[in-house]
Design a protein around this ligand. Structure first.
Ligand code: ZN
Length: 186
């Protein structure tokens, strides 16, 4: 399976990192070794001093598809969850400034955290509030209706380039409020 991630999908988050709005979704990937197993302990790698949380809606693909039209995209997933796209921001900034790929900063072990999966049919995924709490304090709040590229558009665009397979995960981008984690954070 592969983990496809969308960058710069919420305007306020694009602004907080000083990025520009792109004309199409920004796509990157994490390897399957990035998956964080629930109830593991998360370790901050020793090669970074700035690991950021990014809370994101994640959908799990349940049909093989290529060149999927947006109008049919909802037939390709039935479950979603809230995940964290952990990012070594210091490493990413260095790579970005040199125009180099981000994989080290985004695809390291344990960097793809998943909650329990929920049935899409039980929720309104076009208008869904979600938030991340750090040590009991809300740090990120978003609603899926704030996405620049809604999930069907993401699926249409990514499946133009990559065949989607059963079990693939799509991280759909993070709203504003990203920030660092430290040892002992919950
Ligand atoms: Zn992200």
């Amino acid at each position: 399976m592969k983990i496809i991630c969308i960058g710069r999908n919420y305007v306020e988050h694009i602004k907080e990192l000083g990025n520009e709005v792109n004309g199409e979704p920004v796509i990157f990937m994490k390897p399957d070794s990035a998956l964080f197993r629930q109830r593991d302990v998360f370790y901050i790698p020793d090669w970074t001093n700035e690991v950021h949380y990014e809370a994101e809606i994640v959908v799990r693909i349940n049909r093989v598809g290529k060149n999927i039209a947006a109008e049919f995209a909802t037939k390709y997933f039935a479950e979603f969850t809230l995940g964290i796209d952990f990012t070594a921001r210091d490493v990413q900034s260095k790579l970005k400034s040199k125009g180099l790929p981000w994989e080290k900063a985004k695809g390291f072990d344990q960097s793809a955290v998943l909650g329990d999966f929920l049935e899409v049919a039980d929720y309104d995924l076009d208008n869904l509030n979600f938030e991340l709490h750090k040590n009991g304090t809300p740090v990120q709040q978003g609603n899926t209706d704030m996405m620049l590229y809604p999930i069907p558009t993401i699926i249409e665009h990514t499946s133009e380039y990559f065949t989607l397979k059963i079990g693939d995960l799509i991280f759909t981008g993070t709203p504003a409020g990203v920030g660092p984690v430290a040892g002992g954070d919950l």
